[in-house]
Design a protein around this ligand. Structure first.
Ligand code: GLU
Ligand code: ZN
Length: 333
């Protein structure tokens, strides 16, 4: 018997679906969104929609509408208006100003290469080298930083000292268990506002989750490493911390996160091949420990019986074919 997530969670939570319009949604995204939707609906909660379109170089035209189309096709719905993150610039700037007023952020003119070179020992944290604090106390203002270097600065959050009570973040994750992250040791000061202007993901998520009243976050395990940073920002801004669940990702037979090399598992492709959303949801429900067999069904059919505690803590493996009447899909590669 594999280990499972736990079902402890608040009653009638407010959850959210937060797709990034950077490409098509595939089976892995579909699973996270289905679980987020079920987890909120089962507990009689609300589920909100937020389009995370801030990573402008990666945002693809038309991908926003395509993501909503894919999710509706799957049988998911959401409450209230869609919140588009790029329309929240004023609130993001206001949060940056509040952090700046308390001396919790500073302008940074380092390039990626600077950071790699300056990192004392090339100690690789989970996401690249630990930022060595080069620009801490270096510039009196963003204007001074820009005048001196000819480059608009990014803004970094001043993470509490490694090992300090404030810097070691502990939280309970409903799928992972107890998590402890020393953000200063693992990562160092991180970017909250980008050089090009606009909030970085970490800050935007924290500000917008609070704005939407989100108190329950369920998203893929790839975002688990971001959570401690987000909790530090919530504390710095005086915002509440939601409950978290990071179910494991869908992986290919090679154990690696689902990607192009595993064939086209985009919902659009499945739809174009004539598969029904019920087949997709049936497979996801079965693969997620919710149903003994993969017979087709709609998300709404699962609401009553859903328990996050039935979802295994191990990744779901996609073998490239369907156990139901669905034909194996054309393999790329
Ligand atoms: N937009 C992010 C993604 O699609 C999700 C962010 C979040 O859930 O916090 O990967
Ligand atoms: Zn710097």
């Amino acid at each position: 018997m594999s280990r499972r997530c736990d079902s402890v969670g608040s009653a009638a939570p407010t959850g959210r679906l937060a797709p990034s319009p950077t490409g098509v949604l595939h089976l892995g995204n579909a699973r996270s969104f289905l679980l987020a939707w079920l987890d909120a609906r089962h507990r009689g909660g609300r589920i909100l929609m937020r389009i995370e379109d801030l990573e402008t170089p990666r945002v693809k035209p038309g991908a926003e509408a395509a993501a909503l189309t894919d999710l509706r096709w799957l049988g998911l719905d959401w409450d209230g208006e869609v919140l588009v993150q790029s329309r929240r610039a004023a609130a993001h700037e206001e949060a940056l100003a509040r952090l700046a007023a308390r001396g919790l952020v500073y302008p940074c003119t380092c390039t990626r290469r600077d950071v790699e070179h300056a990192a004392a020992a090339p100690h690789a944290g989970h996401e690249g080298p630990v930022y060595p604090g080069t620009c801490r106390g270096r510039w009196a203002s963003a204007d001074e930083a820009e005048a001196a270097t000819g480059r608009a600065p990014a803004w970094r959050f001043r993470v509490p000292e490694p090992g300090s009570a404030a810097g070691v973040v502990r939280f309970h994750d409903r799928c992972v268990g107890e998590v402890e992250v020393d953000v200063g040791a693992e990562l160092g000061d991180f970017v909250v506002f980008r050089r090009a202007g606009g909030a970085a993901y970490q800050l935007a998520v924290v500000v917008d989750d609070a704005f939407q009243g989100v108190d329950s976050v369920l998203r893929g395990a790839d975002l688990l490493p971001s959570t401690a940073r987000q909790i530090l920002l919530q504390r710095a801004l005086g915002l509440p911390t939601p409950e978290y669940a990071h179910p494991p990702l869908v992986v290919g037979p090679d154990g690696r996160r689902l990607a192009k090399r595993h064939g086209d598992t985009s919902l659009r492709h499945l739809r174009e091949c004539g598969h029904t959303p019920e087949e997709v949801v049936g497979w996801l429900a079965h693969a997620s420990g919710l149903r003994p067999d993969p017979s087709p069904l709609r998300p709404a059919d699962l609401v009553t019986e859903f328990e996050l505690a039935r979802v295994p803590r191990e990744p779901v493996v996609w073998h490239g074919n369907w156990p139901t009447r669905i034909r194996p899909l054309a393999e790329e590669e």
